[in-house]
Design a protein around this ligand. Structure first.
Ligand code: NAD
Length: 308
C-alpha cells in the first residue's frame, strides 16, 4: 500500500466551508490531522444575509469525529484579514489556503446590473485577493504555503447567463498563475481547480441522475494531493468531476509571421489571406524565413515576457 498523506498539525483555512465542497475538504483535512479554520458567512446563494450556523455545524461535525476546527463568520469581502487572524490566534500559523467561497447571480448580459456583476467579482476574485494577501506574509516567512483557487468550467469555457461568474473565475486562474511564480522560491505552491459537484449551486440546474454522480467528496482527493507538503505541483489548472481528474493547459497555434517592414504584407487583408495558417494547431513549427527574428529568439522573448 502507498504511504498515507498526513496533514498532522498543518493549519488549513477554507473559505465558504459551511457547506458543499468546502465542508467536504474540511472533514478530510481534519481526519488527516489538520487544524482547520471553517470560514463561512452563512448567506444565501445570491450572497445576502448571514448566519453562524453553517460554520458552527461543520466545526461540530469535525469535533464529533475527534478533529480540531474553529469557526469564523467573516465575509471574504469585508474582513478577510480577520479570517487569517483566527488561524494565527488559535493555531499560530497558516499553511494551506483554499479559496472556495462563492455566490451566484446568474442572468444574461442583456439584463445583468452593475450590482450583479460587481458582487460576484467581489466575493470570488476580490475576496480571494484579500485573504491571500493576508496569508502571504506568514507563508513567505515560514517558507511553506499551499493555495488552491477555485475556478470553474464556466470560467475556462464560458456559460450562458454567467458573464460575471466566468470573469471572476478566469480571473482567479490568472491570479493563481502569477502567485505561483511569485511564491515558488518561498515554497508556496498555487494551483487552480475547475470542479463540477453537487451542491446548492448545482442542485437546481443539473438533472437528478447526473447530480447523483457528482458528490462533493469526489473533488477532495486532488485538492488534498495538491496541498500536501510533498507535492511538487504548482502553476497548474485541473478540471475534475465525479471521479475524473484532468489537466488543462493553454496552447498556441503554429501561427504565421508577418514582416512589419513590408507594408504590403502587414495589413488586415494579409491576415485574412493567412487566417487558416494563423489558427492552425496541427503544425507547431514557426515559419522562420519571413521574419527578422529567428524562432529561438522569438521563443526566448515570449518566455522572458511570461516570466517578467
Ligand atoms: P456552496 O454554495 O455550497 O458553497 C459556497 C459557500 O461560500 C457557501 O457556504 C457560502 O455561504 C459561502 N460564502 C458565500 N459568500 C461568502 C463570503 N463573502 N464570505 C465567506 N463565505 C461566503 O457551493 P459549492 O458548490 O460548494 O461552491 C464552492 C466553490 O466551488 C465556489 O467558489 C463555486 O463557485 C465553485 N464551483 C462549484 C461548482 C459546482 O459544481 N458545485 C463548479 C465550479 C465551481
Amino acid at each position: 500500500m502507498s504511504e498515507t498523506l498526513s496533514f498532522k498539525d498543518r493549519v488549513v483555512v477554507i473559505t465558504g466551508a459551511g457547506g458543499g465542497l468546502g465542508k467536504a475538504y474540511a472533514l478530510e483535512y481534519a481526519k488527516r490531522g489538520a487544524k482547520v479554520v471553517i470560514n463561512d458567512l452563512g448567506g444565501t446563494l445570491k450572497g445576502s444575509g448571514h448566519n453562524a450556523k453553517a460554520a458552527d455545524l461543520v466545526v461540530k461535525d469535525i469535533n464529533d469525529l475527534g478533529g480540531i476546527a474553529v469557526p469564523n463568520y467573516d465575509s471574504v469581502t469585508d474582513n478577510a484579514s480577520n479570517i487569517i487572524k483566527t488561524a494565527i490566534d488559535n493555531f499560530g500559523r497558516v499553511d494551506i489556503l483554499i479559496n472556495n467561497a462563492g455566490i451566484l447571480r446568474d442572468v444574461s448580459i442583456a439584463k445583468m446590473t452593475p450590482q450583479d456583476f460587481q458582487s460576484v467579482i467581489d466575493v470570488h476574485l476580490n475576496g480571494a485577493y484579500k485573504i491571500t494577501r493576508a496569508a502571504w506574509p506568514y507563508m513567505r516567512e515560514q517558507k511553506f504555503g499551499r493555495i488552491i483557487n477555485t475556478c470553474s468550467p464556466a470560467g475556462l469555457f464560458g456559460n450562458f447567463g454567467q458573464a460575471n461568474y466566468s470573469a471572476a473565475k478566469l480571473g482567479l486562474v490568472g491570479f493563481a498563475e502569477t502567485l505561483a511564480k511569485e511564491g515558488f522560491k518561498y515554497n508556496i505552491f498555487v494551483n487552480s481547480i475547475a470542479p463540477l459537484a453537487r451542491s446548492r449551486m448545482t442542485e437546481n440546474v443539473l438533472p437528478a441522475h447526473i447530480l447523483k454522480q457528482l458528490g462533493p467528496e469526489k473533488i477532495v482527493p486532488l485538492v488534498l494531493y495538491l496541498t500536501h507538503q510533498d507535492t511538487t505541483v504548482t502553476h497548474s489548472i485541473f478540471e475534475l468531476a465525479a471521479g475524473f481528474y484532468g489537466q488543462i493547459r493553454w496552447e498556441r497555434s503554429s501561427g504565421q509571421i508577418f514582416n512589419p517592414e513590408d507594408p504590403n504584407f502587414f495589413t488586415p487583408e494579409a491576415i485574412l489571406n493567412k487566417w487558416s495558417e494563423i489558427t492552425d494547431f496541427k503544425d507547431k513549427s514557426f515559419n522562420k524565413t519571413q521574419h527578422p527574428l529567428q524562432l529561438s529568439d522569438y521563443n526566448d522573448l515570449i518566455t522572458k515576457a511570461r516570466n517578467l
